[in-house]
Ligand binder design. Structure first.
Ligand SMILES: C[S@@+](CC[C@H](N)C(=O)[O-])C[C@H]1O[C@@H](n2cnc3c(N)ncnc32)[C@H](O)[C@@H]1O
Length: 477
């Protein structure tokens, strides 16, 4: 099942796959891989390696003004997923006021140098990009130079046979501190690579593809060609990430936020258990990185006590246009007060929670509206109520000397059981005005066919916010 609606909220490819027809019209090279079918639609064959390669090059050109070479026989990065990863890192940096003068390390940058190129173009980050493969370093360097990014990205060859991943490059820059590191490690163990991939001698002796003949496996939905260094490492991704964790224990705050992509769900548990062993010294988080039919994860950790890795995302709903207007109408119905802050931003304030227990409220209203003859059977009900009037000198207690205004005792049908209705004042400290129970900033992002409305809690309880959005979803979506 496609997971495009689970992409990062700021990812422009979220719910908006590339328009193949428009790309075919604009880019003649891309057009070669498109076929028109009878209904006028354009069909693109993801099972053809050259087509996937051309799609990535075209998207990088169109959406990031990047002109890249992607040598045949090497891994082709998927642009929406790479942008997702960068956006998750950007979330952490923004939340911790670390977005200025950002310098990152891209471990295993590959022939494309994709993370560093997107990070530089989109977020103005600077990079040291490393790789253990000389061909990858050469090609990555070429991509940096042809986009005039030599002042922002430095590509470094590292020795892939040493046990550490970060130490050599960090030792060679002993006076430098880095904002973050990122990595897309080789996923497989050697035996898994042999199981899942076959050699493609027509390309090179070191090229493998997932076009493997098998009775038990269905044909891949997208072609993957890659070299052995891109595909596997002794011990698979768990061992590679464990090497980064080991390095991080030595380097600690020299890199503020350590991150890596994880390709397999089964790797998450052992890696988290490893990080857990360091107790309070390390904070870590796992965030999903979903794109298309592929599920990946980002594992991030830090030694810094002042850095928070938890990202609060605005809660959102998608509805027909005009989304903001519809939400405003419902808020008015819920007795909320709305103030316009900008053309597509409002702030809503609620003095009480009116969106919960809607069914019970409707039932109670219906009972009240019924004729009194019918209502008679409901006129005596038992309501449990616990009221805390504070502690201290007794003046605010439930007595005539306290601050309650009236108290009514109502007899019930049950002997020795009374209902009590009490009205009381809770005075505020001098000069303080009553605060709304919830204040929410609401803004709308307009798309072609629908609107996405985002809800950001300014003050109040998160639970109330989620209940309100669920209530609005039930009505509007
Ligand atoms: C899965 S590929 C990722 C390429 C690119 N970053 C991407 O996401 O498309 C893994 C890369 O890690 C490189 N690599 C393997 N061992 C390494 C090491 N010890 N240090 C740096 N890079 C290494 C490989 O040469 C390969 O280019």
């Amino acid at each position: 099942m496609s997971q495009n609606n689970e992409m990062h909220p700021r990812n422009p490819y979220r719910n908006k796959p590339p328009d193949f027809k428009a790309l075919a019209l604009e880019y003649p090279e891309f057009r070669k891989f498109c076929h028109y079918v009878s209904n006028g639609k354009v069909v693109f064959d993801f099972r053809e390696d050259a087509a996937v390669r051309c799609l990535t090059k075209t998207l990088l050109k169109k959406d990031f003004n990047l002109d890249v070479i992607l040598p045949t026989g090497h891994l082709v990065p998927r642009v929406p997923q790479k942008l997702n990863y960068c956006l998750l890192i950007d979330d952490i940096l923004q939340a911790n006021q670390l977005s200025k003068d950002v310098v990152g390390i891209d471990i295993g940058t590959g022939t494309s140098c994709i993370h560093a190129l997107i990070g530089t173009r989109q977020f103005d980050w600077k990079f040291v990009a490393t790789d253990g493969d000389e061909n990858a370093v050469r090609s990555a360097h070429e991509n940096v130079t042809r986009n005039n990014l030599d002042n922002s990205i430095c590509v470094v060859h590292v020795n892939p046979t040493v046990k550490t991943v970060l130490m050599d490059v960090m030792n060679s820059m002993a006076d430098r501190e880095f904002t973050f590191c990122m990595c897309n490690p080789p996923f497989f163990e050697k035996w898994e690579k042999d199981d899942k991939f076959c050699q493609e001698p027509s390309v090179s002796n070191n090229t493998y593809s997932n076009r493997i003949d098998s009775d038990i496996r269905s044909a891949p939905h997208s072609a993957t060609f890659a070299t052995s260094a891109e595909l596997y490492i002794d011990g698979g991704e768990i061992s590679f990430v464990n090497r980064i964790i080991d390095d991080s224990v030595c380097l600690r705050d020299r890199i503020k936020v350590y991150t890596t992509m994880i390709g397999r769900k089964s790797s998450l548990k052992p890696l988290q258990q490893r990080l857990q062993r360091f107790g309070d010294d390390i904070k870590f988080i796992v965030s999903p990185l979903n794109q298309g039919k592929t599920k990946r994860w980002m594992l991030a950790w830090t030694f810094s006590k002042s850095i928070s890795l938890t990202i609060e995302r605005p809660v959102s709903l998608k509805c027909a246009k005009p989304g903001l207007m519809k939400v405003m109408q419902e808020i008015n119905r819920l007795n909320g007060r709305v103030r316009q802050e900008a053309p597509s931003v409002i702030v809503a304030e609620f003095k009480s929670v009116t969106w919960t227990n809607q069914r019970a409220r409707r039932k109670a209203t219906a009972i009240l509206l019924e004729s009194s003859a019918k209502r008679a059977k409901f006129n005596c009900s038992n309501v449990a109520c616990e009221a805390m009037f504070g502690t201290g000198d007794g003046r605010d207690s439930f007595t005539n000397a306290g601050n309650f205004v009236s108290s009514e005792i109502i007899a019930t049908d049950v002997p020795n059981l009374w209902d009590s209705s009490t009205q009381a004042y809770f005075p505020l400290p001098y000069g303080e005005v009553p605060r709304p129970i919830a204040r929410i900033r609401i803004h709308v992002d307009s798309e072609d066919l629908s609107d996405t409305v985002y809800f950001d809690l300014i003050s109040g309880s998160k639970q109330h916010l989620h209940q309100l959005v669920q209530y609005l979803k039930n009505l509007l979506c």
